[in-house]
Design a protein around this ligand. Structure first.
Ligand code: GTP
Ligand code: SPV
Ligand code: MN
Length: 624
């Protein structure tokens, strides 16, 4: 066995592989593993005995090892190397046609009781789910390699950070995790001998959608995923850990894990204020986080710095204020709609060391294309499902070359506007929290909540049209509290209560809470607000409110800007247009109130009294 191991080391170019063969008791496992942590090794043994991989490879995070894996993935066709001059270090990956988005109907929160998971999560008793999944995992990695990825969510060693270990049989997952998280030897060394890590198991198996399960066991800090090879279903550090498991840990430990971007807005005096914003999937977090201000503001010296584009972990700092870190190290961003004009910084971030999933390939020069990149689809194209087509004719017929949820996985360090606080282990102080969604009608461009409790209600009653980020119908309005509907790891009503508790601890140091809607439409179905970089105009109003620099009108739903306080300089808009964006149609809002009543009813007596009181207040205000 030792000889075989030696050969393998040679084969992999003498790189720092740490490996041992499963089911092989005659070798000293510790010698080939990166740790002597007994909890880790016992768990690894148990998982290997169940999945029976041919071999086990520890991921040490070295560039040599990752490069060898890229070469292997290219040799098997799992990834395609893109143009090294135009897109250095970039690769293409295509997933199965039935495996292109998160699967919410197959995602489970397995708490001991159904009540702990709450009415809007799928639930099964842990024992039952473990038994069901063990049968699926049995022998699932036969003839394959199990990779062991130690990873840290948050800077290694930060008091905010948490460690996970993902076992996976997919090189695509390893390479994505290497971009999205901090991985390797430094992480396992940080873990030391403690049992304090999240146990993550992923087997690609045969990507059979009927046996696909994405399962969180919050009480066991365990995540099991099987029969998918797509993004959020399998990059277990992301939604599964950093939101579902972490939201549960946060509730227990007094902090928060939220589906929020973090941006720093710098004014011409060089002061930077930080804003967190929660929008549902594919509703503009990456875009807002990397915003480029309109020309006239840019020339005055306004800038936006990106701390995070998807997830925030928030803790109360020594000064009593709320501090945020981005637990991730990369962006798993929506490709369609990303262009030089809409999101220059995101596009720049994808120019090197990026993995593209389910976009189209331009075969002439081995670069990538997606709808909205520019108006020139490649003639000699391969569409996302793998067929060679004339891209001009194909798109002219109304077909899409890239999947609507096609994505790029790009290292955060590539981003031209990455914040200098990105690695700060203490995080950044949060001035404002912004909720938002896609609402064609109803929600105004922006409004401010009266206080933290009302702000919690505003978050709890968020609704948005569904997008291609999750499998299922697109464009259907659904309630998505705090943009956490698919990501809360316990009872949503208990989660609202946790928000209220955090508010009590923060007291008058609590960030101010706002709601925005970039997606309001006129009667001709056109967006009424230009969006993208011009969203800066709304952010400035928000920060002025936080600083007490601008008045507002109190109305039924909270504080609304005076129309002339939203700066429309250089825009093809009038104050009347802004007024239209700020109108509140009581009839539409009262319909929403009825819907919220029904929605709240399912939480029974778990619903915090404050939420019921706020709803009654809203209804009274609207009927006054
Ligand atoms: P996830 O990664 O799924 O969490 O998505 P996200 O919230 O980061 O959304 P993203 O910024 O990737 O935007 C999703 C889609 O919304 C893209 O097609 C964008 O072009 C579009 N979008 C973003 N911001 C705006 C805006 O201000 N106005 C309009 N009309 N569209 C926007
Ligand atoms: C989202 O859907 O909110 C995403 C993409 O950020 S995924 O990682 O697939 O969840
Ligand atoms: Mn997201």
């Amino acid at each position: 066995m030792i000889i075989m191991a030696e050969n393998l080391k040679l084969l992999t170019g003498m790189c720092a592989y740490f490996e041992f063969f499963a089911n092989n008791n005659d070798i000293n496992k510790e010698e080939f593993s990166m740790t002597s942590n007994k909890t880790v090794l016992a768990w690894l043994d148990e998982m290997a005995a169940m999945c029976t991989p041919e071999k086990i490879v520890w991921i040490d995070g070295s560039e040599e090892q990752l490069e060898a894996l890229r070469a292997e993935a290219v040799s098997t066709g799992e990834m395609i190397k893109l143009n090294e001059e135009k897109l250095p270090g970039c690769y293409y990956h295509r997933t199965a046609e039935n495996d292109v988005a998160r699967v919410e109907d197959r995602t489970f929160i397995c708490t001991p009781t159904k009540e702990e998971a709450g009415p809007i999560n799928n639930w099964m008793a842990p024992d039952e789910m473990y038994a069901k999944m063990k049968a699926l995992y049995a022998g699932s990695m036969a003839g394959r390699t199990m990779y062991v990825i130690p990873y840290s969510m948050g800077p290694v060693g930060s008091p905010f950070s948490k460690i996970g270990i993902e076992l996976t049989d997919s090189i695509y997952v390893v390479l994505n995790m290497a971009i999205m998280t901090r991985i390797g030897k430094a992480v396992i060394d940080q873990l030391g001998d403690t049992p304090d890590f999240v146990k993550c198991l992923h087997a690609k198996k045969d990507v059979n959608p009927d046996d696909r399960y994405i399962v969180q066991f919050p009480q066991d800090s365990t995540i099991w995923s099987i029969n998918s090879a797509y993004g959020g279903n399998v990059l277990l550090g992301k939604k599964c850990f950093a939101l579902r498991i972490a939201s549960y840990l946060g509730m227990k430990e007094g902090w928060m894990a939220e589906h929020m971007l973090i941006l720093g807005l710098e004014n011409p005096q060089g002061e930077v204020k930080y804003i967190c914003a929660a929008f549902p999937s594919a509703c503009g977090k990456t875009n807002l986080a990397m915003l480029i201000p309109p020309e006239y503001l840019k020339s005055q010296g306004y800038k936006v710095w990106t701390v995070g584009d998807d997830i925030s972990w928030l803790r109360i700092g020594p000064d009593g204020r709320l501090y945020a870190i981005n637990p991730e190290a990369g962006f798993f961003g929506v490709a369609p709609g990303t262009s030089v004009k809409t999101n220059f910084n995101a596009l720049e971030s994808t120019k090197k060391n990026t993995i593209f999933t389910n976009v189209a390939i331009n075969n002439d020069d081995m670069t990538v294309w997606w709808e909205g990149l520019d108006k020139n689809p490649p003639v000699n194209a391969t569409e996302w499902k793998g067929a060679k087509v004339n891209g001009v004719e194909y798109t002219a017929e109304g077909n899409k070359l890239a999947h609507p949820n096609s994505r790029f996985t790009a290292p955060a360090v590539n981003c031209p506007c990455i914040s200098k606080e990105f690695e700060n282990p203490a995080g950044v102080p949060v001035e404002a929290i912004v909720f938002g969604g896609r609402r064609a009608k109803c929600a105004p461009l922006v409004y401010q909540s009266r206080d933290w409790t009302h702000g919690t209600f505003v978050g709890a009653t968020m609704a948005s049209e569904t997008t291609a980020a999750a499998a299922g119908a697109v464009g259907v309005v659904r309630r998505d509290p705090m943009a956490m509907k698919p990501f809360v790891g316990y009872n949503m009503a208990t989660y609202w209560n946790h928000w209220l508790e955090m508010g009590k601890k923060l007291g008058d140091k609590a960030p101010k809470i706002f709601h925005v809607n970039w997606f309001r439409k006129d009667d001709n179905d056109n967006f009424m607000w230009p969006g993208f970089g011009d969203n800066m105009r709304v952010l400035l109003w928000i920060l002025d409110r936080c600083a007490g620099k601008v008045d507002a009108d109190e109305c039924a739903i909270g504080y609304i800007p005076k129309a002339e306080d939203i700066d429309i300089k250089d825009l093809d808009m009038t104050v009347e247009d802004v007024k239209a964006l700020l109108t509140i149609d009581n009839k539409v809002w009262l319909e929403d109130v009825e819907n919220i009543k029904e929605y709240f009813a399912q939480f029974g007596d778990k619903l915090p009294k404050e939420m019921a009181d706020e709803l009654a207040k809203l209804e009274a205000n609207l009927t006054k």
